[in-house]
Design a protein around this ligand. Structure first.
Ligand SMILES: Cc1ncc(COP(=O)(O)O)c(C=O)c1O
Length: 434
């Protein structure tokens, strides 16, 4: 399974962005996050071109929670996408990177007054409202600042997407957004329409992440148009924009069956059109907010193997040979949080047959498998391995567990490696201790 610009070079080493991964590990150390800049840019262009060919007024918004730093903001801005930020920290990063403010959207199930004020003062493109308390607080802040704030209202479309429960967000018992069934969504819309401080741009939903069943997106589009039509009928407001969120799956293992961006885009646009016809509703502009499907496959993590152990257990499905690597739960908690699956490649013997089963374990003070059964060539202490598809929700979810400094991140492109996040030091680890 090779993704983006990954390939095997003449030395038999894994190459990414035309950079030799062995050389990257030597130069920058391990664990190392490597971002394939060309792959990320290509994906941005594919998203834009695919949707543009199907519908005129589509906005592609990168969901920065997947991975965000100043360099990524700049790449996203250069590729002409908008940016979804979900916290004051993400917003601050975007502003520091000089991301065009009018292309920033602020999300979150609990935005503090400080976060709302920051967004308001920066004059960002839209704030996506999530609850009644937030409507009241934003109104008060906007009033105090004498501003009219562009907003969207997040709706829970009651679509149960087939994905891990912890990353499912649009179902009936979801904590996100306003529900239609209990009347909240309509009431929220009424409140916003009656608030002179708020300017309603449309409605938003997001049903979850790592979704490969397109019918869930179809159902969400239908639910949102049905809601917009009900609002039109009852409140006389015609939403000019529907933001249907992100959620398209990325490839983590060769068995993953994924829809293409083309199939995803056709499904969304078609569902929107059909639903608009059914409800006799004028077709609104469309926005989508992909995170994972834009950046996950562009990232890999390089680890160095520190020890190889034969473990005398009797689990029928687990290999007996364990590789202990120099990272794990602190740089990527997804295996522990979601039993996430990954694919490994041997970095210096990338073209050798990968047929020997290993359990790859992190080095932290708990059982932190990275891959339960990875296929690799025979691997020894000192060897480098790459975990593929770590571009999304990995570095962004990292921690200092066991007081390990976070890894560095380099962006590679056309044979050049650019350090975009410096490796933390022990000084960084104690920086905030008093
Ligand atoms: C509001 C919102 N939009 C977009 C996304 C991006 O989702 P994904 O990375 O699956 O595309 C998320 C992530 O959960 C989200 O919460």
């Amino acid at each position: 399974m090779w993704l983006g610009t990954q390939c095997v070079n003449a030395q038999g080493h894994l190459e990414i962005g035309s950079c030799d991964a062995v050389a990257l590990a030597e130069q920058f150390g391990t664990p190392l996050y490597v971002l394939d800049e060309e792959a990320l840019r290509a994906r941005c262009r594919e998203y834009r071109a695919t949707f543009a060919a199907l519908k005129q007024d589509v906005t592609i918004i990168y969901a920065g929670k997947a991975a965000l730093n100043r360099a990524i903001c700049q790449i996203i801005a250069e590729e002409g996408l908008e940016l979804d930020v979900a916290s004051g920290g993400e917003l601050y990063t975007a502003l520091q990177a000089g991301f065009p403010r009018e292309r920033i959207h602020l999300h979150g199930v609990y935005k503090t007054d400080d976060e709302l004020r920051m967004a308001l003062e920066a004059g960002i493109g839209a704030i996506v409202l999530d609850n009644f308390e937030e409507i009241a607080r934003l109104r008060a802040l906007a009033h105090a600042h004498n501003r009219t704030v562009p907003v969207l209202i997040r709706i829970a479309p009651e679509v149960e997407a087939d994905t891990h429960p912890l990353i499912r967000t649009g179902q009936r018992d979801s904590k996100f957004g306003f529900h239609w069934l209990n009347g909240d969504a309509l009431l929220a819309t009424e409140q916003v329409l009656n608030a002179p401080e708020l300017h309603l741009k449309g409605f938003h939903c997001h049903i979850g992440s790592q979704i490969s069943d397109l019918s869930a997106f179809q159902a969400a589009a239908h639910a949102m148009v049905a809601f917009a039509a009900a609002v039109r009928q009852q409140l006389g407001y015609t939403a000019p924009l529907l933001n249907l969120g992100g959620g398209l799956a990325a490839r983590y293992t060769p068995d993953d069956q994924l829809p293409s961006i083309q199939a995803y885009a056709e499904t969304l646009v078609q569902a929107l059109r059909t639903a608009c016809q059914q409800h006799n509703f004028p077709e609104p502009a469309l926005a989508v907010e992909p995170g994972r499907s834009l950046i996950a496959e562009a990232g890999i993590t390089l680890y160095r193997v520190g020890a190889v152990k034969r473990v005398p257990h009797d689990h029928p499905h687990l290999p007996r040979e364990y590789l202990i690597v120099d990272g794990g739960i602190s740089d990527n908690p997804r295996p522990q949080l979601y039993s996430a699956r990954y694919t490994a490649r041997h970095v210096s013997r990338a073209s050798a047959p990968h047929d020997r089963p290993y359990r790859i374990m992190g080095k932290h003070c708990e059982t932190d498998p990275i891959i339960d059964c990875a296929l690799l060539p025979e691997t020894r202490a000192g060897d480098l391995i790459a975990i593929l598809t770590t571009g999304a929700y990995a570095y962004s979810m990292s921690s200092n567990y066991n007081r390990y400094p976070r890894p560095a991140m380099v962006a590679v492109r056309a044979g050049t490696a650019r350090l975009i996040v410096v490796r933390e030091t022990y000084e960084d680890v104690i920086r905030h201790d008093q």
